[in-house]
Design a binder for this molecule. Structure first.
Ligand SMILES: [Zn+2]
Length: 259
Protein backbone atom coordinates (compact mmCIF):
# COMPACT_ATOMS: atom_id res chain seq x y z
CA UNK A 1 0.00 0.00 0.00
CA UNK A 2 1.51 3.34 -0.99
CA UNK A 3 2.46 5.26 2.14
CA UNK A 4 1.90 8.65 0.58
CA UNK A 5 0.87 10.12 -2.71
CA UNK A 6 3.79 10.88 -4.98
CA UNK A 7 3.13 13.50 -7.64
CA UNK A 8 5.37 13.67 -10.71
CA UNK A 9 5.63 16.55 -13.15
CA UNK A 10 7.63 16.03 -16.35
CA UNK A 11 8.67 18.78 -18.76
CA UNK A 12 11.08 19.20 -21.67
CA UNK A 13 14.23 21.28 -21.27
CA UNK A 14 17.51 21.91 -23.08
CA UNK A 15 17.41 20.31 -26.54
CA UNK A 16 16.31 16.81 -25.63
CA UNK A 17 16.40 16.45 -21.82
CA UNK A 18 13.42 15.99 -19.56
CA UNK A 19 13.11 17.71 -16.21
CA UNK A 20 11.24 15.93 -13.42
CA UNK A 21 9.74 17.46 -10.30
CA UNK A 22 8.61 14.95 -7.69
CA UNK A 23 6.41 15.96 -4.77
CA UNK A 24 5.44 14.05 -1.66
CA UNK A 25 1.89 15.32 -1.35
CA UNK A 26 1.55 14.82 2.41
CA UNK A 27 4.58 16.92 3.33
CA UNK A 28 5.09 19.09 0.26
CA UNK A 29 8.72 18.00 0.03
CA UNK A 30 9.66 18.43 -3.62
CA UNK A 31 12.73 17.17 -5.43
CA UNK A 32 14.05 18.01 -8.84
CA UNK A 33 15.55 14.87 -10.29
CA UNK A 34 18.83 16.24 -11.69
CA UNK A 35 19.35 19.84 -12.71
CA UNK A 36 19.64 20.05 -16.51
CA UNK A 37 18.57 23.73 -16.68
CA UNK A 38 18.23 25.67 -13.43
CA UNK A 39 16.21 28.55 -14.90
CA UNK A 40 13.74 26.22 -16.60
CA UNK A 41 13.35 24.08 -13.47
CA UNK A 42 12.80 27.06 -11.18
CA UNK A 43 10.32 28.59 -13.63
CA UNK A 44 8.40 25.33 -13.98
CA UNK A 45 8.21 24.82 -10.21
CA UNK A 46 6.93 28.38 -9.78
CA UNK A 47 4.38 27.90 -12.57
CA UNK A 48 2.82 24.85 -10.94
CA UNK A 49 3.18 26.19 -7.40
CA UNK A 50 5.64 23.65 -6.03
CA UNK A 51 8.54 24.66 -3.75
CA UNK A 52 11.79 22.81 -4.43
CA UNK A 53 13.32 21.46 -1.21
CA UNK A 54 15.64 18.80 -2.62
CA UNK A 55 17.90 17.97 -5.53
CA UNK A 56 18.38 14.29 -6.30
CA UNK A 57 21.22 13.72 -8.75
CA UNK A 58 21.67 10.51 -10.76
CA UNK A 59 25.20 11.23 -12.05
CA UNK A 60 27.70 14.04 -12.48
CA UNK A 61 27.21 15.06 -16.13
CA UNK A 62 26.63 18.80 -16.72
CA UNK A 63 23.11 18.25 -18.08
CA UNK A 64 22.30 16.44 -14.81
CA UNK A 65 24.17 18.33 -12.07
CA UNK A 66 25.20 21.55 -13.81
CA UNK A 67 22.25 23.46 -12.37
CA UNK A 68 22.83 22.39 -8.76
CA UNK A 69 24.55 25.60 -7.62
CA UNK A 70 21.91 27.93 -9.05
CA UNK A 71 19.01 25.92 -7.62
CA UNK A 72 20.66 25.68 -4.20
CA UNK A 73 21.27 29.43 -4.28
CA UNK A 74 17.64 30.10 -5.17
CA UNK A 75 15.96 27.58 -2.87
CA UNK A 76 18.42 26.28 -0.26
CA UNK A 77 17.65 22.77 -1.50
CA UNK A 78 19.37 19.79 0.09
CA UNK A 79 21.43 17.82 -2.44
CA UNK A 80 21.38 14.03 -2.50
CA UNK A 81 23.53 12.14 -4.98
CA UNK A 82 26.63 10.07 -5.66
CA UNK A 83 30.05 11.38 -4.63
CA UNK A 84 31.03 11.89 -8.30
CA UNK A 85 28.70 14.94 -8.41
CA UNK A 86 31.57 16.82 -6.73
CA UNK A 87 33.37 16.78 -10.08
CA UNK A 88 31.26 19.71 -11.24
CA UNK A 89 29.27 20.90 -8.22
CA UNK A 90 29.47 21.05 -4.44
CA UNK A 91 29.70 17.66 -2.79
CA UNK A 92 26.20 16.31 -2.05
CA UNK A 93 24.79 16.95 1.44
CA UNK A 94 23.61 13.34 1.50
CA UNK A 95 25.66 10.67 -0.24
CA UNK A 96 23.33 8.20 -1.90
CA UNK A 97 25.03 4.81 -1.93
CA UNK A 98 23.56 1.76 -3.66
CA UNK A 99 21.35 -0.27 -1.33
CA UNK A 100 20.49 2.69 0.88
CA UNK A 101 17.11 4.32 1.01
CA UNK A 102 16.49 8.03 0.72
CA UNK A 103 13.34 9.81 1.81
CA UNK A 104 11.28 12.58 0.26
CA UNK A 105 8.94 13.23 3.16
CA UNK A 106 7.09 9.93 3.58
CA UNK A 107 8.02 8.65 0.13
CA UNK A 108 10.95 6.28 0.23
CA UNK A 109 13.28 5.45 -2.66
CA UNK A 110 15.90 2.73 -2.83
CA UNK A 111 19.20 3.71 -4.45
CA UNK A 112 20.22 1.32 -7.23
CA UNK A 113 23.73 0.97 -8.69
CA UNK A 114 23.37 1.54 -12.43
CA UNK A 115 27.00 2.41 -13.18
CA UNK A 116 28.41 2.22 -16.69
CA UNK A 117 27.46 5.49 -18.38
CA UNK A 118 29.40 7.01 -15.47
CA UNK A 119 31.04 4.93 -12.76
CA UNK A 120 28.78 6.01 -9.88
CA UNK A 121 25.52 6.49 -11.77
CA UNK A 122 22.52 5.67 -9.55
CA UNK A 123 18.79 5.28 -10.01
CA UNK A 124 16.03 6.06 -7.50
CA UNK A 125 13.35 3.38 -7.16
CA UNK A 126 10.13 4.20 -5.32
CA UNK A 127 8.98 0.60 -4.92
CA UNK A 128 5.66 1.43 -3.30
CA UNK A 129 4.81 3.79 -6.12
CA UNK A 130 6.22 1.46 -8.85
CA UNK A 131 8.30 4.31 -10.25
CA UNK A 132 12.02 4.66 -10.96
CA UNK A 133 14.16 7.57 -12.13
CA UNK A 134 17.06 6.15 -14.11
CA UNK A 135 18.91 9.15 -15.55
CA UNK A 136 20.95 8.04 -18.56
CA UNK A 137 21.38 4.38 -17.54
CA UNK A 138 18.38 3.12 -19.53
CA UNK A 139 16.43 4.82 -22.30
CA UNK A 140 13.32 3.88 -24.21
CA UNK A 141 14.79 1.36 -26.70
CA UNK A 142 18.29 2.39 -25.62
CA UNK A 143 20.85 2.82 -22.91
CA UNK A 144 23.45 5.47 -22.10
CA UNK A 145 26.79 5.43 -23.87
CA UNK A 146 29.56 3.83 -21.77
CA UNK A 147 31.74 6.87 -21.13
CA UNK A 148 33.39 5.43 -18.01
CA UNK A 149 32.30 1.89 -17.21
CA UNK A 150 32.78 -1.45 -18.91
CA UNK A 151 30.23 -3.49 -20.82
CA UNK A 152 30.23 -5.93 -17.89
CA UNK A 153 29.32 -3.15 -15.46
CA UNK A 154 26.61 -1.67 -17.69
CA UNK A 155 25.10 -5.06 -18.49
CA UNK A 156 24.90 -5.87 -14.78
CA UNK A 157 23.28 -2.48 -14.16
CA UNK A 158 20.64 -3.10 -16.81
CA UNK A 159 20.01 -6.57 -15.37
CA UNK A 160 19.38 -4.95 -11.97
CA UNK A 161 16.80 -2.66 -13.55
CA UNK A 162 15.20 -5.59 -15.39
CA UNK A 163 14.76 -7.30 -12.01
CA UNK A 164 12.17 -4.62 -11.12
CA UNK A 165 8.50 -5.45 -11.69
CA UNK A 166 7.21 -5.07 -15.26
CA UNK A 167 4.69 -2.45 -14.14
CA UNK A 168 7.45 -0.11 -12.94
CA UNK A 169 7.19 3.26 -14.68
CA UNK A 170 10.61 4.38 -15.91
CA UNK A 171 11.50 8.04 -16.15
CA UNK A 172 14.63 8.40 -18.30
CA UNK A 173 16.30 11.72 -18.91
CA UNK A 174 16.27 12.12 -22.69
CA UNK A 175 13.89 11.98 -25.64
CA UNK A 176 16.13 9.77 -27.78
CA UNK A 177 13.50 7.17 -28.58
CA UNK A 178 12.90 7.76 -32.28
CA UNK A 179 16.65 7.71 -33.05
CA UNK A 180 16.91 4.55 -30.96
CA UNK A 181 14.09 3.02 -33.00
CA UNK A 182 16.02 3.64 -36.24
CA UNK A 183 19.04 1.91 -34.67
CA UNK A 184 16.88 -1.06 -33.61
CA UNK A 185 15.71 -1.44 -37.21
CA UNK A 186 19.35 -1.56 -38.35
CA UNK A 187 19.99 -4.66 -36.23
CA UNK A 188 17.75 -6.91 -38.31
CA UNK A 189 14.13 -7.98 -38.57
CA UNK A 190 12.04 -6.50 -35.76
CA UNK A 191 9.95 -8.77 -33.57
CA UNK A 192 6.22 -8.16 -33.70
CA UNK A 193 6.40 -6.43 -30.33
CA UNK A 194 9.22 -4.14 -31.48
CA UNK A 195 7.58 -3.33 -34.82
CA UNK A 196 4.35 -2.43 -33.07
CA UNK A 197 6.16 -0.24 -30.58
CA UNK A 198 8.13 1.56 -33.29
CA UNK A 199 4.91 2.39 -35.10
CA UNK A 200 3.53 3.86 -31.87
CA UNK A 201 6.75 5.83 -31.29
CA UNK A 202 6.73 7.33 -34.77
CA UNK A 203 3.07 8.28 -34.38
CA UNK A 204 3.69 9.87 -30.99
CA UNK A 205 6.63 11.94 -32.22
CA UNK A 206 4.76 13.00 -35.37
CA UNK A 207 2.07 14.33 -33.03
CA UNK A 208 4.65 16.04 -30.80
CA UNK A 209 4.01 13.74 -27.85
CA UNK A 210 6.76 12.46 -25.51
CA UNK A 211 7.70 8.78 -25.49
CA UNK A 212 8.89 9.06 -21.87
CA UNK A 213 8.05 7.58 -19.42
CA UNK A 214 8.39 3.98 -20.47
CA UNK A 215 8.10 0.83 -18.32
CA UNK A 216 10.24 -2.12 -17.36
CA UNK A 217 7.81 -4.47 -19.11
CA UNK A 218 7.95 -2.53 -22.36
CA UNK A 219 11.75 -2.41 -22.35
CA UNK A 220 12.03 -6.07 -21.39
CA UNK A 221 9.84 -6.95 -24.40
CA UNK A 222 11.45 -4.71 -27.02
CA UNK A 223 14.79 -3.08 -26.04
CA UNK A 224 17.82 -4.81 -27.65
CA UNK A 225 20.15 -3.38 -24.98
CA UNK A 226 18.42 -5.55 -22.38
CA UNK A 227 18.47 -8.42 -24.89
CA UNK A 228 14.77 -8.47 -25.72
CA UNK A 229 14.14 -11.07 -28.44
CA UNK A 230 17.50 -12.57 -27.48
CA UNK A 231 17.25 -15.46 -29.98
CA UNK A 232 16.44 -13.12 -32.85
CA UNK A 233 19.24 -10.79 -31.83
CA UNK A 234 21.77 -13.65 -31.68
CA UNK A 235 20.72 -14.80 -35.14
CA UNK A 236 20.83 -11.31 -36.63
CA UNK A 237 24.27 -10.56 -35.19
CA UNK A 238 25.75 -14.02 -35.79
CA UNK A 239 26.50 -14.45 -32.08
CA UNK A 240 24.77 -17.74 -31.31
CA UNK A 241 27.22 -18.77 -28.59
CA UNK A 242 28.28 -15.43 -27.14
CA UNK A 243 27.73 -14.68 -23.47
CA UNK A 244 24.89 -12.30 -22.67
CA UNK A 245 27.46 -9.69 -21.71
CA UNK A 246 29.24 -10.07 -25.05
CA UNK A 247 25.92 -9.81 -26.87
CA UNK A 248 25.15 -6.58 -25.01
CA UNK A 249 28.64 -5.27 -25.75
CA UNK A 250 28.16 -5.87 -29.48
CA UNK A 251 24.79 -4.06 -29.50
CA UNK A 252 26.37 -1.14 -27.64
CA UNK A 253 29.38 -1.10 -30.02
CA UNK A 254 27.09 -0.97 -33.05
CA UNK A 255 25.11 1.90 -31.54
CA UNK A 256 28.31 3.84 -30.91
CA UNK A 257 29.08 3.86 -34.64
CA UNK A 258 25.48 4.05 -35.94
CA UNK A 259 24.61 7.11 -38.01
ZN1 LIG B 1 24.86 11.52 -18.80
Amino acid sequence: MPDAKLEIHQFACLSDNYGFLVRDAATGRTATIDTPDADAILAEAARIGWTITDIWNTHWHPDHAGGNAAIVAATGAKVTGPAEVARIAAAPDVLAAPGQTVALGGSIATVLDVGGHTLEHIAYHFAEHTVAFVGDALFALGCGRLFEGTAEQAHASLERLMALPDATTIYCAHEYTQANARFCESLGPASAALASRIAQIDAARAAGRPTVPTSIGLERATNPFVLADEAGLRAALGLADASRTALFAEVRRRKDVFR
